[in-house]
Design a protein. Structure first.
Length: 260
């Protein structure tokens, strides 16, 4: 069941590899028998995605295939959702859906008004203007626009067409955010990418309301450039200064007693 985030475990370092910035992930939606790991080093003009068969293969750096994307990526806000990679096309506000099995782009679409090219990045920079994420309810994108003065816009995105289904203006300035991620329809924002960061802000899409939070998490290597929740595994994936790190999450489940 779904719930509200109340705590984050100590970090579990899986591997140290790659540059200071990057992203790594497993599919957020496929059956648990599929344990492939995807690895995208760097934040700038990259096109090479490594696909490892299992987490064990990823740790040892063996048994991988390479995908060469037709369009380079910007930032580290990529997500794998139901067999496709969703990412921001370099030097544009275009969302791209790349299908791994067919090795082809199945959709691309501009996110209306979304800033790009370090217009509204997270606090660490790195062309992190557009951040794709998935939770129990589907696919999302976080970005900012001039119209809403650079605050984080959160949009539900159709995974097939990349059409924006609905958007919320969270009121949180994107350049002041370290990273953000979705759990159970709630956007959580960290207040820094450096040591001492905490999960500081929560935006509830079901009520279009927010609150400030104080959930500490140990930023062991002091420079987070990617932070994403995987609803299938109930963990946070992090790229922290050239280390690939996991956190377990604790959710508080609200039990309804009013007969609904």
């Amino acid at each position: 069941g779904c719930g509200k985030l109340t705590g984050v475990s100590n970090p579990i370092t899986i591997r140290a590899s790659g540059s200071r910035f990057g992203s790594w992930m497993t599919d957020t939606m496929t059956p648990s028998a599929d344990s492939r790991v995807w690895y995208m080093d760097g934040y700038y003009k990259g096109r090479r995605v490594l696909e490892f068969r299992t987490l064990h293969d990823f740790v040892s750096g063996q048994n991988f295939v390479q995908h060469l994307l037709p369009h380079p990526w910007a930032g580290t806000g990529h997500v794998v959702f139901n067999g496709s990679l969703y990412y921001n096309k370099f030097q544009s506000n275009v969302a791209v859906r790349y299908h791994f099995r067919s090795r082809s782009v199945l959709a691309q679409r501009s996110l209306p008004g979304a800033g790009y090219n370090n217009t509204f990045p997270y606090s660490w920079g790195g062309f992190s203007d557009i951040d794709f994420m998935a939770d129990e309810s589907g696919l999302w994108a976080a970005y900012a626009t001039n119209q809403n003065a650079g605050n984080i816009v959160l949009s539900r995105v159709d995974p097939l067409t990349l059409e924006v289904l609905r958007s919320w203006d969270t009121g949180y300035p994107k350049r002041s955010a370290g990273e953000s991620f979705m759990i159970c329809g709630i956007l959580y924002v960290t207040n820094s990418h450096l040591a001492g960061a905490k999960i500081y802000f929560a935006y509830y899409t079901n009520t279009s309301s927010y609150e400030y939070t104080d959930i500490p998490f140990h930023n062991q290597y002091s420079h987070i450039s990617m932070l994403d929740y995987n609803p299938r595994e109930r963990v946070l994936y992090t790229w922290n200064n050239g280390h690939q790190v996991l956190y377990n999450v604790t959710l508080f489940h609200v039990v309804r007693t009013d007969g609904e």
